[in-house]
Design a protein around this ligand. Structure first.
Ligand SMILES: NC(=O)c1ccc[n+]([C@@H]2O[C@H](COP(=O)([O-])OP(=O)(O)OC[C@H]3O[C@@H](n4cnc5c(N)ncnc54)[C@H](OP(=O)(O)O)[C@@H]3O)[C@@H](O)[C@H]2O)c1
Length: 334
């Protein structure tokens, strides 16, 4: 039996879909406040609503050890996908609590329950950079730098908790996905890139990063769980692209105008400060923060050779990813 956290979110719902399609036995954690709408929608995009109805949900919270102990009972494997993905300064304490402390709880309860293998969804945010700005691979260790995000720090410490599980005898595999594209809540997390462009995104930055299809992330995580891999981490990245090129491809697929205004370093500094002020006055989450503004200006590229060669994995073609999710996004607007 596999215990899955985060099944109501973007990655977790695709992991549940994959496990269901393969006929695996699993139990999925949901909070008392969780909505099953995104997960149900994800299963319906793939015409698998009957499989959604069969999901065995268990109520709990990764910050409530008692509920975790009940939920994990009888499970030999864990896929830990739950986290808070945020770059808002208001979410720092919540991220420490959920991402780092929550992962420590999952590890401790798994150790007590005799779990044999944990698959953990980390992030490229926990990787360091290279000296000459060359392509980043799994050996690039995390560094505390001036512009490091709080999300990165909490995910880095969470990854350390998973390595502790390995030191204490559980087999672990860690995946480090880049920006994940997929159909989740179009107003939240990485899925909102589609909505932002649909509503007219006039600005583009000079930076670049990696992107990956959520289906590939779920597929790789499940394959690794059942593979001989242990105590390894793998970058999961389909393509490295300039932000501008990614945004243009999505805009083009939506028949929307491309972003025209280039964000200069000066404009960046002005923009996040104005947003911080607007957020303070209105009490609403800032659209740009110092962290997102800095990361949008940096150019990074990620090497996925390790996972490609271990699983002989072919990532989904990026244009196919965009075409598929744009068509689902547009259908949802009707
Ligand atoms: N999205 C990306 O681009 C990206 C890139 C790299 C890595 N990642 C990693 O991928 C994982 C999944 O991200 P995502 O994009 O799928 O996020 P998401 O859509 O926001 O889903 C987050 C999930 O975590 C659950 N959760 C939050 N706090 C919890 C708690 N205290 N107890 C139990 N469950 C809790 C949420 O449950 P509720 O429904 O109750 O809120 C939801 O199921 C995360 O570890 C993230 O760091 C994401």
């Amino acid at each position: 039996m596999i215990f899955v956290t985060g099944g109501t979110g973007l990655v977790g719902s695709h992991v549940l879909l994959k496990l269901s399609q393969q006929g695996n036995n699993f139990r999925a954690l949901k909070r008392s406040s969780s909505s099953l709408k995104i997960c149900q929608k994800v299963f319906s995009y793939y015409n698998e609503i009957e499989l959604f109805e069969k999901i065995s949900w268990v109520e709990g919270d990764i910050n409530d050890i008692g509920s975790l102990e009940d939920a994990i009972q009888g499970c030999t494997m864990v896929l830990h996908c739950a986290a808070i993905v945020s770059f808002s300064p208001y979410d720092v304490d919540l991220m420490k609590k959920v991402n780092t402390e929550g992962t420590a709880n999952v590890v401790n309860v798994a150790l007590d329950a005799g779990v044999q293998k944990i698959g953990y969804v980390s992030s490229i945010a926990t990787l360091g950079t290279t000296k000459n700005n060359t392509i980043i691979n799994e050996s690039c260790d995390f560094k505390f730098t001036k512009n490091i995000s709080n999300y990165s720090i909490t995910k880095y410490f969470a990854e350390q908790e998973v390595w502790r599980a390995a030191a204490e005898g559980i087999d672990v595999i860690i995946i480090n996905p880049s920006v994940i594209l997929g159909p989740g809540d179009w107003q939240k997390g990485s899925s909102q890139i589609f909505e932002k462009i649909y509503n007219g995104l006039n600005f583009y930055s000079t930076g670049s990063t990696g992107y990956v299809d959520v289906v590939d992330v779920a597929d790789i995580l499940v394959q690794l769980l059942f593979s001989s891999a242990k105590n390894e981490r793998y970058i999961v990245n389909g393509i490295n692209l300039k932000y501008q090129d990614c945004f243009n491809k999505i805009a083009e697929a939506m028949s929307k105008p491309k972003a025209r205004i280039k964000v200069t370093p000066f404009l960046k500094e002005v923009a996040w400060r104005i947003e911080a002020l607007r957020s303070f006055v209105t009490g609403k989450s800032p659209l740009i923060t110092r962290e997102t503004a800095n990361s949008a200006m940096s150019s990074k590229a990620y090497d996925s050779k390790k996972i490609k060669s271990f699983l002989s994995f072919e990532f989904t073609d990026f244009d196919d990813t965009i075409r598929k999710y744009v068509s689902w996004f547009l259908a949802d607007q009707e």
